[in-house]
Design a protein around this ligand. Structure first.
Ligand SMILES: NC(=O)c1ccc[n+]([C@@H]2O[C@H](COP(=O)([O-])OP(=O)(O)OC[C@H]3O[C@@H](n4cnc5c(N)ncnc54)[C@H](O)[C@@H]3O)[C@@H](O)[C@H]2O)c1
Length: 423
């Protein structure tokens, strides 16, 4: 194991700032932060001290001397091009979700990661929540048998009356959150199921849940009238998953359920963090006397106390620890480029399925050249680019709703009025 202190850079200082303490607690250094919004660049100095170098342009940031690794926490749909440039320089990449926003980017990212001496990891934190770690421990222990069916829900409604927070999250009608199709933010529902069971999606189909939010301000997916997309995947082990993208059902919750041959395990929706483990009474493992048990998983992790202080149920801490340990031990992360791009393919092709009212799409295996060639020029995107590029595919199953120039202008006008009234 290398003893050298890893020097990290953070690209994108809003979400990025949530990781500062986690990086330091894992004995790495943050040497540079880049954000073109000076507010977040200055926040980095406040939180990390004057020694941290602060940049507003990626081209200068990447030149920072001695950069070993970078966390990409810039816009959701613009990670892959930066990841590729870093990998080409041999700089390790920890990328926030999503790995890639177009199929062509997924192909390019896999090719760059295969050529690079550096490690690529997706910064997916939900699998590291205590109940998901426990479900993996039990499932991998074998007592439940093989997975048949699993469910993952990432249900994240926001208070639509909280205009200030909505504007912070979604400052213009061209921001990715405004235009986020409901299938795209897939990792928080799907990754835990893949992590628990090891299954990889091979086919996807998706249905829209049409229910426009009648409110001026909602910080996520304001430009689309769907509240959720319900995706079904058929997997490489013949199991089936049913997952949401980023859903907006009433009542915030993240829930996961794995149904296997001999029983089921799920996290309870009562906010306690407990799991329910339920066996067939004729399939009880040795030393288990009761078919049904409810319990709070007790993680026996040496860093449990540190993780408790971090966001997303400790997930933010464990994701950083895993990335840094992979670098130190020169080990491939489980959330590698194939894991990341497979989930992005489920999101992107699931969206196309939803646009076509549920037509199934095969998920490519980007380990295979035939599958890469098929998608290497597929640049369809529902997002506006920072460089001014326009969307090339509808973000919603009902393109006439909210996407009009008038609807966008109205949002931007309301945002600017709100901002002015604050001064
Ligand atoms: N895993 C999680 O639990 C979780 C939680 C929140 C956000 N995220 C992810 O983090 C990423 C960032 O989201 P966010 O909440 O910070 O909102 P955001 O996308 O609005 O913020 C991105 C930040 O990056 C900066 N930025 C973007 N492009 C840049 C560029 N080319 N040069 C310099 N700076 C640039 C912006 O100024 C902004 O401060 C997204 O991918 C999002 O999905 C993940």
């Amino acid at each position: 194991m290398s003893k050298k202190t890893i020097k990290m850079g953070i690209f994108g200082g809003y979400r990025g700032s949530y990781f500062y303490k986690c990086v330091l607690a894992n004995n790495a250094e943050i040497v540079a932060v880049c954000d073109f919004n000076e507010k977040y660049a200055n926040k980095a100095k406040e939180m990390l001290g004057d020694d941290v170098a602060v940049y507003t342009a990626f081209d200068d940031f990447i030149e920072h001397e001695g950069l070993d690794a970078v966390l990409l926490s810039n816009y959701f749909h613009e990670h892959a091009p930066y990841a590729i440039r870093l990998l080409e320089r041999g700089i390790h990449v920890l990328s926030e979700c999503t790995a890639n926003a177009t199929m062509a980017e997924g192909v390019a990212l896999v090719r760059a990661a295969e050529k690079s001496s550096a490690i690529y990891m997706l910064s997916e934190n939900y699998p590291f929540m205590a109940f998901n770690q426990e479900m993996r421990r039990v499932y991998r222990g074998g007592s439940l048998g093989k997975v048949l069916y699993a469910e993952g829900e990432y249900n994240h409604p926001l208070d639509h009356t909280d205009a200030e927070y909505a504007i912070e999250l979604c400052p213009t009608s061209k921001h990715w959150r405004y235009n986020l199709p409901r299938t795209y933010y897939i990792t928080h529902s799907l990754a835990p199921l893949m992590y628990i069971t090891g299954a990889m999606p091979k086919r996807v189909t998706a249905m829209p849940v049409y229910a426009p939010i009648q409110s001026d301000f909602n910080g996520i997916s304001r430009g689309v009238p769907e509240r959720a997309a319900i995706l079904t995947t058929l997997n490489d082990d013949d199991s089936v998953f049913r997952v949401t993208g980023c859903a907006d059902f009433g009542g915030r919750e993240d829930s996961y359920r794995v149904c296997a041959e001999k029983g089921q395990i799920e996290n309870l929706r009562d906010g306690t963090g407990r799991v329910l483990l339920n066996y067939n009474k004729w399939d009880l493992p040795e030393n288990v006397s009761c078919a049904t048990s409810y319990y709070l998983p007790l993680l026996k992790d040496k860093d449990d106390a540190l993780a408790k202080k971090a966001g997303h149920g400790g997930g933010d801490f464990y994701v950083i620890r895993e990335f840094l340990n992979c670098i130190r031990e020169n080990r491939r992360p489980e959330f590698d480029v194939y894991f990341g791009t497979t989930m992005a393919s489920v999101a992107i092709l699931g969206h196309r399925s939803m646009l076509e009212n549920g037509v199934p799409y095969d998920i490519p295996d980007f380990r295979r050249e035939e599958d890469r060639v098929k998608y290497e020029n597929d640049n369809l995107s529902p997002f506006y680019g920072t460089d001014g590029t326009e969307p090339t595919i509808a973000a919603t199953n009902r393109p006439d709703y909210w996407q009009s120039a008038e609807g966008r202008a109205e949002y931007d006008r309301m945002v600017s009025l709100r901002k002015k009234s604050q001064y």
